[in-house]
Design a protein around this ligand. Structure first.
Ligand code: MLT
Length: 403
């Protein structure tokens, strides 16, 4: 007799962003013609860079010729892209211990974050900041790790939304900086505290740096491997979605260094790099050649200029939202070194009530903070990913509704 995975019964009924989209659709149905400005899911609005389009067109033409046709590619990703990543994102930034063999191309950060649990031993304890990107906890619950194996690390106004380093060993810790959802960033010194903790306790850190391209402050690291020793304890997950408009194209990468220093239960060395390679070769057939050629174009001078320009635009939006909310008396963090703005009205309303109030009165969508964990209750998240014109219109609506 087939028995279904009852871990699913421990999950919220639907995934956070699906629930937000459903509520917006529902409102639109009841109020036909209303023009809602979307500032909920972090979906981007600026089209792909011309150089990406050109390279993808060339790759598509290649695919129609006997010499340029590509069938199954390497599950780890094409070497041309892995070498560019190793060079531009690591070596040229002064990180010499990451090479192309440590890099695995994926269809985006979400899938890898959901799948990395395949590497964990059965009984590992897991530390997850609260609030956090919901995939960390939902994936852990699906894998049967609910209950006392999951430790929530509270991030509240009292600790400036930065989790405190635990006073006991936790086996796996998820960190995301600049943070989704709060937009808060960690300094190099603060990140070093986590790497030292992981080295002391032989913990694995899953470092989600999907938003690193938004870092402008010199004191804030772009990569976990800027910290000495991180290549022994940390896996880094990155995405081209939020930096290069790839949300609909799908491409990212995960760094699983060969130098990670972990063991199996019997004490023998476990190469997480080889295990991830084994996992990917079994369950994944790699990202399409055309997409990887498009991603490689991001490392040309034109591609890099495009990333700088688009991330500047989104950060301009986030900063305007931050200033507007501050001027209206909201408690606000984020919007600096990050496309996300996290705020609370401090008026006793819960996140979903606030979400509905702003949706109904200003026709703006947001993401309820409680959807990222109970410490997010009473907060909302806005994204800076809409167009500058829509963002200014959103700010005017907020201000006129507020006055
Ligand atoms: C978010 O809005 O938090 C992200 O867009 C979700 C994602 O990247 O999957």
């Amino acid at each position: 007799m087939f028995i279904a995975n009852d871990n699913f019964t421990r999950l919220p009924e639907s995934y956070l962003f699906s629930e937000v989209a459903r509520k917006i659709k529902d409102y639109e149905k009841r109020n036909p013609g209303c023009d809602i400005i979307r500032m909920d899911i972090g979906d981007v609005s600026i089209p792909l860079a011309p150089v990406v389009i050109e390279e993808m067109k060339k790759a598509l033409n290649d695919m129609g010729t006997p010499a340029g046709f590509h069938g199954y590619g390497p599950e780890q990703g094409y070497l041309f892209l892995r070498e560019l990543i190793a060079d531009f994102d690591y070596s040229k930034r002064g990180i010499s211990n990451i090479d192309s063999g440590d890099i695995f191309i994926s269809d985006g950060a979400k899938s890898d974050i959901g799948n990395l649990g395949d590497l964990f031993g059965r009984n590992v304890s897991i530390g997850i900041a609260s609030p956090a990107y919901p995939v960390y906890i939902d994936a852990a619950i699906m894998a049967g790790r609910a209950g006392n194996k999951i430790h929530l690390l509270p991030c509240t106004a009292n600790n400036c939304f930065k989790p405190e380093i635990p006073d006991k060993p936790i086996d796996v810790i998820y960190l995301c900086y600049p943070n989704n959802p709060t937009g808060v960033a960690l300094s190099r010194e603060e990140l070093k505290g986590w790497i030292d903790y992981a080295l002391r306790n032989k913990s694995l850190i899953i470092y989600d740096s999907a938003y690193e391209a938004y870092v402008r402050d010199e004191e804030i690291p772009h990569s976990v491997y800027e910290i000495e020793g991180a290549d022994k304890v940390a896996i880094e997950v990155r995405s081209f979605s939020k930096t290069a408009g790839f949300t609909g194209v799908r491409c990212g990468y995960t760094v699983v260094p060969e130098s990670l220093d972990f063991s199996f239960e019997d004490g023998s060395r476990a190469s997480l790099n080889k295990m991830w390679n084994r996992r990917q070769s079994t369950k994944f057939n790699g990202v399409g050649y055309i997409v990887q050629r498009g991603a490689a174009a991001l490392y040309t001078p034109e591609g890099r200029a495009y990333i700088k320009e688009t991330t500047d635009t989104y950060m301009g939006n986030a900063s305007s939202l931050r200033n507007a909310l501050l001027s209206m008396g909201y408690r606000v963090v984020g919007g600096e070194n990050s496309p996300y703005v996290w705020f609370s009205a401090d008026n006793g309303m819960d996140s979903w009530q606030l979400f509905s109030m702003i949706l109904e009165n200003a026709h703006l969508s947001s993401t309820p903070g409680s959807g990222f964990g109970k410490e997010g209750e009473g907060y909302l998240r806005f994204t800076g990913f809409n167009t500058p014109a829509n963002t200014s219109e959103a700010i005017s609506r907020l201000k006129s509704w507020f006055n």
